[in-house]
Design a protein around this ligand. Structure first.
Ligand code: TXA
Ligand code: MG
Length: 312
């Protein structure tokens, strides 16, 4: 680890990925872009490397990590795939969907990855840089979002450096993340029903008797889904149609603001812009943040979930 020295950022070209993979193979931790947010990656089978992730983030040990794979075969060495799980993987992978499945005995992951749960969260990301890093590292990679615990998630290399500079071994830069909010997390039950544990870019209907919003609001099954999260470090007021004098207004649609998530009220564009706007609002000279209303449909459900936690 680089101690108090600055962490180097390198472009995620072949040379950058080769260098990152060498670090990961040797038990280090590197930030890497995915299509959702930047992740902080380590070998999932290396207890000391995974411990570095928890330490760098200041993350409580009870909050398990998502394991990222390059192939379905690799995923099947980690978790039991029921027919329902296979169908979800076939439809949405590679992409922003994380499956919480029964952990296989003897799976090549260190215990801290799943924080002692009988399940494991698995995802096959769509970003070429992350896929290449997994391939060249030669094993599944545990990777939470690359931010200090409870801070706003990173959608650029600069956001990563803002909270993890000097605490991690390397940052791979591939520009802004396309989706902008973290993957949808679903738990697939033994009977084939699914619960949505975290809303995200993929809108899936829960079949276990709850819709996405109530499943997330009503339970804390994904241990990271605490009420307060994604904190920009100042008070946040939601559903604002104008700014008070001391507020930085994040607009949407016709509500212009100091920032606008999407002037054309496009929810995908708004998701992509969300965390950068929260970072700018946090860095601004304004004491408080206000956010315009965002429609509660499609990825708007995920945007509102993150905003509610930022305001909590
Ligand atoms: O898009 C994403 O999912 C990003 C990128 C880097 O892949 N990762 C991400 O990781 O958002 P993180 O650690 O910030 O959020 C992972 C969430 C946490 O809320 C954690 O509690 C939950 O997944 N989780 C992990 N393993 C779980 C399990 N076995 N059961 C239930 N929830 C789990
Ligand atoms: Mg996170």
């Amino acid at each position: 680890m680089s101690g108090k020295n600055a962490t180097e950022t390198v472009w995620a070209d072949d040379a950058g990925i080769a260098r990152a993979a060498r670090i990961v193979r040797g038990g280090g931790i590197v930030a890497v872009p995915t299509e959702t947010v930047y992740g902080l990656a380590a070998r999932a089978d290396d207890a000391a490397a995974v411990a570095k992730i928890y330490h760098a983030k200041g993350r409580p040990g009870v909050n398990p990590l998502i394991v990222h794979v390059d192939t379905l075969h690799q995923a099947e060495t980690l978790a039991h795939f029921s027919d329902a799980a296979k169908a979800l993987a076939a439809r949405y992978w590679p992409g922003p969907l994380t499956l919480v499945l029964p952990l296989l005995g003897g799976a090549p992951v260190t215990a801290a990855v799943s924080a002692g749960l009988p399940t494991i969260a698995v995802r096959m990301p769509a970003h070429a840089a992350m896929r290449a890093l997994i391939r060249e590292s030669g094993c599944p990679l545990a990777a939470p979002s690359a931010n200090r615990s409870n801070a706003v998630s990173p959608t650029s290399a600069a956001h990563v450096a803002a909270t993890l500079d000097g605490r991690i071994d390397l940052i791979l830069d591939a520009g802004p993340c396309e989706k902008g909010v973290e993957s949808t997390i679903v738990a697939v039950r033994h009977d084939g029903t699914i619960d949505v544990l975290r809303p995200g870019p993929i809108t899936i209907e829960a079949t276990a008797g709850q819709d996405a919003a109530s499943a997330v609001g009503g339970r804390l099954e994904a241990p990271g889904q605490m009420a307060s999260h994604y904190s920009p470090g100042k008070p946040v007021r939601l559903n604002a149609d104008s700014a008070q004098a001391d507020e930085y207004l994040i607009g949407f649609g016709h509500i212009a603001g100091h920032d606008n998530l999407s002037a054309s009220a496009d929810l995908e564009e708004a998701a992509g812009a969300l965390y950068a706007a929260l970072h700018r609002a946090g860095d601004s000279g304004f004491a408080k943040i206000a956010v315009a209303p965002v429609p509660h449909t499609g990825v708007g459900i995920a945007i509102n979930d993150r905003l509610r936690r930022a305001a909590a």
